[in-house]
Ligand binder design. Structure first.
Ligand code: NOJ
Ligand code: CA
Length: 705
C-alpha cells in the first residue's frame, strides 16, 4: 500500500483524462470511434464496441485485455423484458464520460484496515435509435486487479417499470481454463464440494467462479453490491462462453425494478498469482461506503456455543431430556467462555418451535420471542454480563420468511433488551423452497438467491442495525461485499462448512479448505466454525465419518478462513483435554491490520500471514490438501530490526490426517524479518504460528530458529 495517499478522494472528471484514448466526436456531438479505458497502472484495458466478430452492429459489447493480451473477447451486453420489447439491436452511443478516482478508506473491522480504491471509470450511455428510444448506461470501473461494470437505467419516459426476463451479459473467455466451481440451482444451495474441471465442463455455477488459465492467469467472476436484484449465476452458452443467468422469482420474472435503478457490479478479478485474488479488494471497493455511521458497537471476536453437541446428536434443539439450551448448560458454556476469554456464547434451540419435524413443516411453529421453559433468558443475560460474556442469539426460519418478518421487530427488540449484540439467522430449506406469502395470501416458493431474498436479508440487517445487533446468516444469499455499507453484516455461511464433518457422507475433504480461500472467501467472511479437537467424535450413526484434518490444520484455519467472528466449535471438555493447542485459539485474534499471502496454489495449499489490528502480533496459517508439503518462507513481513518469539503449532513427524491427526509439535523460538522459516505440513495438515515481539527474558531463554 502506498502510504503517501491520504484518506481523501482524488477525483477527476472529463473526456477520458489520462484513462485511455481521447474521445472523438461526430458533428452532432456524439462520441465516435473506439471507446476504451485502461486501469491506473495500464494493466487492464476495456474496450466498448459492436459490429465485430459475432456481435452485430447496434448491440453493445465489451472486451477486456491484460497487458495487451485478450482475456474476455467481445461479449454482449443487454436485457430482455417481459412487459416491453427487448432492447432493440440498434443502440448507439450517445454519451461517454470518463473519470478517475483514488481514495484510501478504512474498514471498521476486516482483514485489511486500509484499502486503496483506485480506478478509471468509463460511463457509456446507449440509446435505441428507433422505437421507444430507451436509454441504458454501462459504467466500467477498471482497476489494476480487475474490472467491475454495471448497468444503470436513468429515469426516462419509455422505461418505468422493468420486468427483466433475461440479462444478456456475456463472458466470452478467450481460452479454456481450469475452473473451480459449485453448481447453481441445486437443492443444497451453496453447500457443495467444489468441482475442478475444464471451464467448458461447467454448466451452471454460482459465483465466485475462479479459474486458472494455461498461462497461469487467475480470474474470478463474481458480483458486487447485490442490493435489490437477483443473483447472477453463470450458464454456459457456448465454447468458453457464459451468460449471466439471473435467479428467477417463482413467477419466472428475474428482476422487478423501477427506473431509475442500477444493477449489481459484474466483476472480474484478474491476477498473475492465486494469492493476488485474495488480496484484491475489488468487491469491497465497488460497494457503497458505510451507511450506518458509528459502528463501534459491531464487535469482532471469538465465540463458543451450544451447537456442536446438537450436530453430534448428544444434545437436541427441541425439548426433552437432551435439550441443550437449558439454563444450566448455557451457564456451563458461559463459565467456559469467561475462563478462556471468549466474548460470546451462541445458543441454538432456545426458542419454541423445534419440536416435531421443523424442516418438513417449513418452520411453521417457530416463535422468535418465546423461550423454552427451561431456558431463562434474563437470568442468562445477567449471568453473562457479570462475566463479560454476551449471548449470541439464533433465529432459524426454515425459510419461512413471512413468519419471521412478522415477528422481526419483537424478536430483535428482545435481543437488544438482553444485551445480545449478534444474531445468527438460518434459512434451512432446499433451494427454491423459501416461503413467501404474496399479495393474494398465496404461498409462493422462492430461491435463496433471488431478488426476494436479497431484499429480505437487507431488511433484517437494517432492522438489526437499529438495535446495534450484528447478523451472521446461514443458508444465506451469497456475499457481494455489502459489509462495507452495512458493517453489522459480519459473516455468513454460504458454503460447505465444518458441520458437514459431523454429518459426513462426505464431510469436507482436505482439499476443500484450500479451494475456499480462492472462491467463496473472495465474496467475504465465512462462519466456517473451525476448531474441532476431537476429530473422531462425529455422529454416532456415521461411524466412518470424521474430521478430515490434522489438529494443527484446525488451528491454521483460524488465520486462513477469514471472519471477524470465529467460533471455537467443539465441546468445552474437548478443549480442556488439550490445553496446549487450545492456547492458539485463545491467542489468535479476528480483526486485522494487514493480510499477506505468502504462497498459494488453488486446491493444493495456501499460507497467509495477518497482522493483528491492535498490538504487534502477527499470525500465520498454512493449509495443505491431502498431500504433505515442505516450504521455506521468508518472514520479511515482520518489522525489521525486531526480534519475535514464534510459537509454532505444527504437524509432528508421524502426523497424517488419516492415521495420526493428533501428532503435533508445539515449539518456541526466536525469529526476525530475515529468518528463513520452514513449514512442514502433513497430508491433510497445516501449521499455525503466533509471532510476538520478544521480551528480554525470552531473548535469553529461546533459541534462534
Ligand atoms: C444449519 C446451520 O448451518 C447450522 O449452523 C445450524 O445449527 C442449523 N442449521 C440449525 O439452525
Ligand atoms: Ca448450513
Amino acid at each position: 500500500m502506498d502510504r503517501r495517499f491520504v484518506l481523501v478522494g482524488l477525483c477527476a472528471t472529463g473526456a477520458l483524462a489520462g484513462a485511455g484514448q481521447a474521445l472523438a466526436q461526430t458533428s452532432d456531438g456524439k462520441p465516435s470511434g473506439p471507446l476504451e479505458i485502461s486501469s491506473p497502472g495500464g494493466i487492464l484495458q476495456v474496450r466498448i464496441r459492436s459490429g465485430e466478430g459475432n456481435i452485430q452492429k447496434g448491440i453493445p459489447a465489451y472486451e477486456v485485455r491484460r497487458l495487451g493480451n485478450p482475456v474476455i473477447a467481445l461479449s454482449r451486453l443487454g436485457f430482455r423484458f417481459a412487459d416491453a420489447p427487448d432492447l432493440a439491436p440498434d443502440m448507439e452511443v450517445v454519451e461517454a464520460r470518463a473519470r478517475s478516482f483514488d481514495q484510501i478508506w478504512e474498514q471498521p473491522w476486516g482483514e485489511q484496515r486500509l484499502i486503496r480504491n483506485h480506478y478509471n471509470e468509463l460511463a457509456v450511455t446507449f440509446a435505441e435509435t428507433s422505437g421507444l428510444k430507451r436509454l441504458m448506461r454501462v459504467v466500467f470501473r477498471v482497476y489494476d486487479d480487475g474490472i467491475g461494470f454495471r448497468y444503470e437505467f436513468p429515469e426516462q419516459p419509455n422505461l418505468v417499470n422493468a420486468l427483466i426476463t433475461e440479462e444478456l451479459t456475456e463472458f466470452r473467455f478467450v481460452e479454456d481454463a481450469e475452473a473451480f466451481w459449485i453448481p447453481a440451482r441445486h437443492s443444497n444451495r451453496y453447500e457443495y464440494l467444489y468441482n475442478t474441471t475444464p471451464l467448458n465442463e461447467m454448466f451452471m455455477a454460482h459465483t465466485p467462479v475462479t479459474m486458472r488459465t494455461g498461462d497461469g492467469l487467475h480470474i474470478s467472476v463474481h458480483e458486487a453490491a447485490l442490493v435489490d436484484y437477483a443473483s447472477m449465476v453463470l450458464r454456459r452458452s457456448g465454447a468458453n462462453t457464459f451468460q449471466a443467468d439471473l435467479t428467477p422469482w417463482s413467477d419466472g420474472i428475474r428482476v422487478k425494478a423501477r427506473a431509475p435503478f442500477v444493477t449489481p457490479w459484474r466483476t472480474l478479478q484478474i491476477a498473475d498469482s492465486a494469492g493476488g485474488l485474495i488480496t484484491s479488494y475489488l468487491i469491497l471497493n465497488l460497494n457503497e461506503p458505510n451507511a450506518l455511521g458509528d459502528v463501534s458497537w459491531v464487535e469482532p471476536g471469538k465465540y463458543v456455543g451450544v451447537w456442536w453437541e446438537m450436530h453430534l446428536g448428544t444434545g437436541t434443539w427441541g425439548s426433552g431430556p437432551k435439550h441443550s439450551a437449558t439454563t444450566a448448560n448455557v451457564k456451563r458454556y458461559i463459565d467456559f467462555a469467561a475462563e478462556h476469554g471468549f466474548s460470546g456464547v451462541l445458543v441454538e434451540g432456545w426458542n419454541l418451535g423445534w419440536d416435531g419435524d421443523w424442516y418438513r413443516d417449513g418452520g411453521s411453529a417457530f416463535d422468535f420471542v418465546k423461550a423454552y421453559p427451561d431456558f431463562d433468558l434474563p437470568e442468562l443475560a445477567r449471568y453473562g454480563a457479570e462475566r463479560k460474556v454476551r449471548l449470541i442469539g439464533h433465529h432459524e426460519t426454515a425459510g419461512n420468511i413471512s413468519r419471521y418478518e412478522n415477528q422481526l421487530d419483537a424478536a430483535l427488540d428482545l435481543m437488544e433488551t438482553h444485551g445480545v449484540r449478534a444474531v445468527k439467522t438460518g434459512y434451512v430449506a432446499d433451494a427454491g423452497q423459501i416461503q413467501r406469502i404474496d399479495e393474494k395470501g398465496i404461498t409462493r416458493h422462492e430461491f435463496h438467491d433471488g431478488q426476494f431474498m436479497a431484499r429480505h436479508h437487507l431488511h433484517v440487517v437494517k432492522e438489526a442495525a437499529k438495535r446495534k445487533v450484528s447478523i451472521n446468516a446461514h443458508e444465506p444469499i451469497k456475499d457481494t461485499g455489502l459489509r462495507r455499507t452495512y458493517p453489522n453484516w459480519v459473516a455468513r455461511e454460504g458454503a460447505r462448512g465444518q458441520e458437514y464433518n459431523a454429518w459426513g457422507n462426505p464431510g469436507c475433504p482436505p482439499e476443500h479448505t484450500v479451494i475456499l480461500p480462492f472462491t467463496r472467501m473472495l465474496a467475504g467472511p465465512m462462519d466456517y466454525t473451525p476448531g474441532v479437537f476431537d476429530l473422531f467424535n462425529t455422529r454416532r450413526e456415521n461411524r466412518d465419518t470424521r474430521v478430515e484434518t490434522t489438529l494443527a490444520k484446525e488451528l491454521a484455519l483460524y488465520v486462513v478462513i477469514y471472519s471477524p467472528i470465529q467460533m471455537a466449535c467443539d465441546l468445552p471438555e474437548h478443549y480442556e483435554a488439550r490445553p496446549e493447542p487450545f492456547r492458539f485459539i485463545k491467542d489468535v485474534v479476528t480483526d486485522w491490520e494487514e493480510t499477506r499471502v505468502l504462497n498459494a496454489r488453488i486446491g493444493d495449499y495456501v499460507t497467509i500471514a495477518r497482522k493483528a489490528r491492535r498490538g504487534d502480533d502477527w499470525f500465520l496459517g498454512s493449509l495443505t490438501d491431502e498431500n504433505g508439503r515442505l516450504f521455506d518462507i521468508d518472514l520479511d513481513f515482520l518489522d525489521s530490526g525486531r526480534n519475535y518469539k514464534a510459537q509454532i503449532y505444527r504437524d509432528g513427524p508421524k502426523a497424517d490426517w488419516r492415521s495420526d491427526p493428533y501428532d503435533m509439535e508445539i515449539i518456541e523460538g526466536l525469529v526476525n524479518s530475515r529468518s528463513k522459516f520452514a513449514l512442514r505440513l502433513a497430508p491433510g495438515g497445516g501449521q499455525a504460528v503466533r509471532f510476538t515481539p520478544a521480551t528480554k527474558a525470552e531473548m535469553r531463554r529461546l533459541k534462534r530458529i
